[in-house]
Design a protein around this ligand. Structure first.
Ligand code: ZN
Length: 289
């Protein structure tokens, strides 16, 4: 493993509840010919070099393949998500030495039928080549009656984070890895419709639970906090106290989690929630009237 190569174990996307068409009529579902763009462009200040992007549809006859092609505009959408991810995880290409970004050279999206949602791996021979597998079954069944394009872009965004994030040379807890991936998804305006902020259990429960907590840290300690966290995971073995101490003004993550939970509870009771999230964080970007 070289300094520029994150060791990418297999990261699985969280299974998401399917929405019932009876409960949520498709008021804003994408039309068959022109899906509604839902990507928030605000996160893209810089243009990073895009790796080679490839798409493989293993079974064109599968309904999931057709739905993917109808909702996702090949290179345009995939490279936009690459830019979202890189803009959120790294400073400008000028400020970030190439060696401080993973040396991902290609990403192959593979649409095929399997149980689950999606996962990302690095090729055995060369981990700079990534494969994102997205389940055709999942594509077929997700966001029924809702916004399939939004959901698919969200899944793509999440998986792309795994192609470009650091992971303390494979020692970072999975919950933080998945939390960063969902934080990027949230910041890109692509959170899933069913996501909720909650603080049960531990801070590194992963996915949106950790993602929302990271957003709270980002607001508390300023823009770039999660980017710095990712940067601290570039080299060496994971040391939570050091990583959060460096990025969160010397505070301990467990204490921050307690403060976050307290704030959420206060908010629920109708209090000020001084320590908690001041504003609910929308999972969808604001729609133009
Ligand atoms: Zn993941």
């Amino acid at each position: 493993m070289t300094a520029t190569t994150p060791n990418t174990p297999t990261y699985f996307q969280q299974q998401q509840p399917t929405m019932s068409p009876a409960i949520n009529p498709p008021s804003d579902s994408p039309s068959q010919s022109s899906p509604t763009p839902t990507t928030a462009p605000i996160v893209r200040k810089h243009t990073f070099p895009t790796p080679l992007l490839r798409l493989e549809l293993r079974d064109l006859a599968h309904e999931g393949s057709s739905i993917f092609l109808t909702n996702i505009h090949g290179n345009e959408d995939l490279s936009s998500q690459v830019q979202n991810v890189l803009n959120l995880l790294y400073s400008s290409p000028k400020e970030t030495p190439v060696s401080h970004r993973p040396g991902t050279r290609s990403v192959t999206f593979i649409i095929r039928a399997f149980d689950g949602v999606a996962y990302t791996t690095g090729l055995d021979l060369d981990s700079d080549h990534k494969e994102i597998n997205i389940s055709a079954e999942y594509i077929k069944n997700c966001a029924r009656g809702g916004d399939k394009r939004h959901e698919l872009l969200g899944v793509i965004c999440h998986e792309l984070v795994h192609c470009f994030q650091w992971n303390a040379e494979g020692t970072c807890p999975g919950g933080l890895i998945e939390g960063i991936a969902d934080w990027v998804r949230l910041r890109a305006g692509l959170g899933a419709a069913h996501w909720k902020q909650e603080a049960s259990g531990e801070w590194d429960g992963g996915y949106q639970k950790t993602g929302y907590f990271l957003e709270w840290l980002e607001r508390r300690f300023g823009d770039g906090t999660v980017r710095r966290l990712n940067g601290c995971l570039r080299k060496g073995e994971y040391d939570g106290e050091k990583v959060f101490g460096e990025c969160c003004e010397g505070e301990k993550v467990e204490e921050l989690w307690k403060a976050y939970r307290k704030g959420l509870e206060k908010g629920k009771k109708g209090g000020d929630g001084e320590d908690g999230p001041a504003n609910p964080i929308p999972t969808h970007p604001a729609k133009k009237e």
